[in-house]
Design a protein around this ligand. Structure first.
Ligand SMILES: Cc1cc2nc3c(=O)[nH]c(=O)nc-3n(C[C@H](O)[C@H](O)[C@H](O)COP(=O)(O)OP(=O)(O)OC[C@H]3O[C@@H](n4cnc5c(N)ncnc54)[C@H](O)[C@@H]3O)c2cc1C
Length: 380
């Protein structure tokens, strides 16, 4: 059963506590060293944050996207990289939830709930973004097996995950129905990884290419039927859009909170800078954007939770608006801190760097707008 409103409030209070006590003190160092925080993976596992989307029997909330967004938002307020652990792992579990059979689910969900194993979502390829036509990776049927060949790029948790949901062509001649999705376990011969990417932000998150060289998997590893991969990918992306929006809202709220604190402390012309109307208006604008973005994100998440028919445009609107908000609000927070905002001694420059990617990953901002326009222009 999905959590009640009261239970969701308790989930938020617990996540806020975890963020403040365990994550916030580590955030600057994670960013500076770029080291993946395995200790936080353990801690998130213990808190149940790696199992959030799973069925209740595995310690989850039965796929309650609202609870997932709440936890991502609270962790993102203090550390973007740490929130991305939960977010990218959740993205990796969605194809299993949406397309897996009972034994595939049991295999993955037991790994997650008992061993805190991470999952990854491997869709993007080097040549194009996330469109159907972008997939060149092939999965050739060989008896009861498939041989996977190709390369996925910019995969979060590349080289760290226990299982990868890999999208590949099984029938080169049929449009979207030519794509299938496979669960590939770490250690499978022919599964290789590229270098760890050096990123502007989210520096504690590991991003690598995932390479397949005659990587043999059994047909038991296929999630759903042959040709169902694109449907699973599209539903996964639709569900994860509000979650990225929640991450963006968290980053923006963290920057706003710090800017307010700083503006009250910083004295110029004998007064705190917060007493200047120009700064007050900036703070008001930032707060307005954050509240609007939060409303959109949770409205989209609740539409998905209620399985409302018309979920097409709102998830894309929420991601588009929230990620734009994160960029604008974090940049304004740097401005409010003046020269100190540009220094690594304060967290707002990190938040600004972390915010950038929310406008890019899982389909860039321009694609979200395209999705919205397509929905609105349907039948015109
Ligand atoms: C840190 C990080 C982590 C990631 N993690 C994952 C992951 O775990 N799994 C995964 O599968 N992928 C992952 N990605 C990939 C990510 O989803 C893609 O980078 C993203 O979808 C954009 O694709 P692209 O990089 O090919 O950009 P492109 O598609 O080349 O886009 C370049 C520019 O052109 C614009 N553009 C593209 N097509 C159109 C169009 N039709 N109309 C108008 N404008 C257009 C884009 O908006 C963008 O501004 C990650 C990326 C990053 C940076």
């Amino acid at each position: 059963m999905k959590p009640t409103e009261k239970e969701r409030q308790m989930i938020r209070a617990a996540a806020e506590k975890t963020a403040q006590k365990m994550v916030q003190p580590r955030a600057a160092k994670i960013d500076a060293t770029g080291e993946f925080p395995w200790d936080l993976v353990e801690a998130f596992g213990k808190q149940g944050y790696l199992s959030l989307l799973l069925p209740e029997s595995y310690g989850g909330t039965d796929g309650d996207l609202t609870s997932f967004c709440i936890v991502v938002e609270e962790i993102a307020k203090v550390c973007g990289s740490s929130s991305l652990i939960i977010l990218a792992h959740g993205l990796g579990t969605l194809p299993v939830l949406l397309g897996g059979n009972l034994s595939q689910k049991d295999l993955c969900f037991t790994e997650i709930s008992e061993k805190n194993s991470l999952l990854a979502f491997a869709l993007k390829e080097p040549e194009e973004g996330l469109g159907v036509s972008s997939i060149k990776t092939t999965a050739e049927k060989k008896g009861r097996d498939y041989l996977i060949d190709g390369r996925k790029s910019f995969i979060t948790h590349g080289s760290l995950a226990k299982f990868y949901s890999v999208f590949a062509l099984t029938q080169p001649e049929h449009g979207a129905e030519r794509i299938s999705v496979f669960l590939v376990e770490d250690g499978t011969p022919g599964l290789l990884f590229g270098k760890k990417e050096e990123k502007v932000g989210m520096r504690g998150s590991v991003t690598t290419d995932v390479i397949f060289e005659s990587c043999r998997v059994s047909q038991e590893n296929r999630l759903g039927s042959e040709g169902e991969g694109w449907k699973i990918a599209a539903n996964t992306l639709n569900m994860s859009r509000p979650a990225i929006g929640a991450q963006a809202v968290g980053i923006a709220q963290g920057a706003l909170d710090f800017a307010i604190h700083y503006a009250n402390e910083r004295i110029q012309f004998g007064k705190p800078v917060s007493s200047f109307q120009a700064i007050q208006f900036m703070i008001a604008d930032m707060a307005t954007r954050v509240e609007a973005a939060r409303s959109l994100v949770y409205k989209a998440a609740s539409q998905i939770d209620e399985k409302n028919e018309n979920v097409g445009k709102l998830p894309a609107i929420s991601k588009y608006f929230a990620s734009q908000t994160a960029m604008k609000v974090t940049t304004d927070a740097v401005q409010i801190l003046g020269g100190y905002g540009y220094m690594k001694d304060y967290p707002v420059e990190r938040m600004m760097r972390d915010a950038t990617v929310t406008q890019v990953y899982e389909e860039a901002e321009q694609i979200q707008r395209w999705v919205v326009a397509q929905e609105l222009l349907k039948g015109c």
